[in-house]
Design a protein around this ligand. Sequence first.
Ligand SMILES: C[S@@+](CC[C@H](N)C(=O)[O-])C[C@H]1O[C@@H](n2cnc3c(N)ncnc32)[C@H](O)[C@@H]1O
Length: 389
Amino acid sequence: MDFAEQRQAMVAQLRERQDISDPVAAALLAVPRHLFVPGVDPEAAYRDAPIVTKRDEAGRPISSSSQPAIMATMLDQLGVEPGHRVLEIGAGTGYNAALLARLAGPAGHVVSVDLDEDIVARARGHLSAAGAARVEAVCADGVQGYAERAPYDRVIATVGVWDLAPAWLEQLGEGGRLVAPLDLRGMQVSVALQRAGDHWASRSVAPCGFMRMRGAFAGPEASVVLRQDPELVLGLPEWREIGDVLAALDAEPAEVAVDGGEAAAYGPGVSLWLALRDSRCCVLTGRLGRGYGMSVGLVEGHSIALLGGQGAHVAGGRGPTGPGLAAQGHGPGGAELAADLAGHVRAWHEAGRPGVSDMRIHAYPGHAHGDGKGTVIPKRHTTLVVTFG
Ligand SMILES: C[S@@+](CC[C@H](N)C(=O)[O-])C[C@H]1O[C@@H](n2cnc3c(N)ncnc32)[C@H](O)[C@@H]1O
């Protein structure tokens, strides 16, 4: 298969699983992703997977070409039209910037900003190899946006943000739209926001999982490495003291079945429900049971409870024994945490199992926050009000 055929196969596969508009599909068909990840097997470049391109000293990924599926979702949320002026925060390989340039056409303009000079230099090289040298790749901390080319019709962050930077909102022109992977108490959603009088309101919300922004605007989210090999990492909305959770995970769990819950049917909706309702929420990622994965739950002191298949034992490497969903509590307070966790999931079922796309997010500048309905999440520069279910 030549590269064009590989792109066709990738787009056809993506379109089997999600709606993709014709302009975004055409951009994916036109822009050669393999030129943005030199050194990677071209076949791998056309798989629907993220490709890590830079790690820090500790081996954590700090730059990548994102998964094409989420890129397509976010490009459709953004709705770039011919002639648009677009700002991207997180140039990475330059691939998304090239897609943006394709959508904005010759009358449009794309600026893409990244924190590291080496990343930007490589992105420029990739962009010119792909015939998209008109994209302006700039080395800067994206928190400032890029005032030199403002106002923009569209601003997109392709890196996880904890708060909305005032510069992005200020640099958007009349009718402008911002799309960003936004933190909601440790969980992430890709939200498209537009002005609504005194604040910004979501027009669409989708599940996503991006590496987090570095630099001055990094958020307080914490990753606690419980174990190096095999890796087990506990994600918390912000750092707090936890006990010996790893020892607790080794013990046989106390299991509470979740009535009516099929393990296969639970998705990002329930994770967000939990994050918005319980400050003890956590996400465990790494080698869980028999494979690599992630599980949401509650953590407190030396105890943790996690959602999983009935009969599964996260650290013990045992897969689920039944199709049902269960809360597994580990440690001295594990049984109580598991009961609380099962209660949250039950409430989510009773509320009609709202999905991420049922969520509405309002972002108020400063500390104002609307009519008091919904979960209020104060950030540094904005206050989010989230309604869900
Ligand atoms: C997931 S990658 C972006 C993928 C990219 N859009 C592509 O198509 O390859 C996230 C990028 O955000 C960058 N980044 C992290 N913090 C940043 C900041 N404060 N300002 C600008 N870029 C930042 C990282 O260096 C990384 O390259």
